[in-house]
Design a protein around this ligand. Sequence first.
Ligand code: NAD
Length: 294
Amino acid sequence: MTAKIIDGVAIARQVRVGIAARAAMLKSHDVLPALTMIVVGDNRASAIYVRNKVRACGEVGIKSDVIRLTADETEESLLSRIRLLNEDPGVHGILVQLPLPPHISVRRVLGTIAMSKDVDGFHLYNVGGLVIGETVFPPCTPYGVHKILEHEGIDLEGKNVTVVGMSNIVGKPLALMLMQREATVAICHAKTRDLAQYTILADILVVAAGQPKLIVAPMVRTGAIVIDVGINFLPGGKLTGDVDFEGVRRKASRITPVPGGVGPMTVTMLLENTVAAAERATGFRPAAESLFPV
Ligand code: NAD
């Protein structure tokens, strides 16, 4: 068997067409969807991510602003800036690019962003909402994985899904979303004993561990769908995921590549959340809704 390669770039392009149409509709009602990003310090990866987000916003008609602060920005000053943005009706989404310098509490910062503008979906309210399926802004990477599965027409009900990685931004929220779809979800992490005994059971295997070649073909069930969230840079700079792509593609039925799989969808779901924030703020969409109804 050779897996179909899921083209995340093509799916993202298609989803973005719909987002651009919604942004245009808002503009025709004099609402310019707007995202403000805050970057503290000069992390190289953050600079690349933010640049990509700015470009993506421009492509779909979202106004983006970047507030760049030096690494010695105090926590109080940063929180004050966020509070001002919370009050600004011209700003629909607020994103604080992580990581932050160690003297700033990530939890306090994320908790200060207004729930209605929390387009990254990291506020405790939105995280908690996932438990009961009423999240207003699903976090972008797991939302992107969910969208890929939806786009591929994969029915999750009753499926065995193994999620490798249990971070707050990827593994845990994704597991909650999949459970909401009535999948049977196993969550594995660095302390899991004999990872393969869980991965081999998976109809759908999602890997978000940050370990190149963590998943090799013998760990994958024949015909499984494999979604690789990992982003790793090998010595020499080559970008790779967490899955041994060449080996696993011969056993899986579908697989996402890295790059070109989940990555483009993460940014796309940020655009989706930002337009949704603008729609809610202006009454074009209900303030609270169940995005993953059972
Ligand atoms: P993290 O470091 O916060 O969490 C990693 C998780 O993987 C932890 O739960 C850890 O226990 C688990 N893990 C680590 N080694 C393992 C092993 N050997 N066996 C089983 N589990 C193991 O990372 P994160 O922020 O969740 O990101 C995970 C990966 O996804 C990284 O490569 C990151 O760059 C990538 N990522 C990609 C996107 C995207 O848009 N494609 C977005 C976010 C993160």
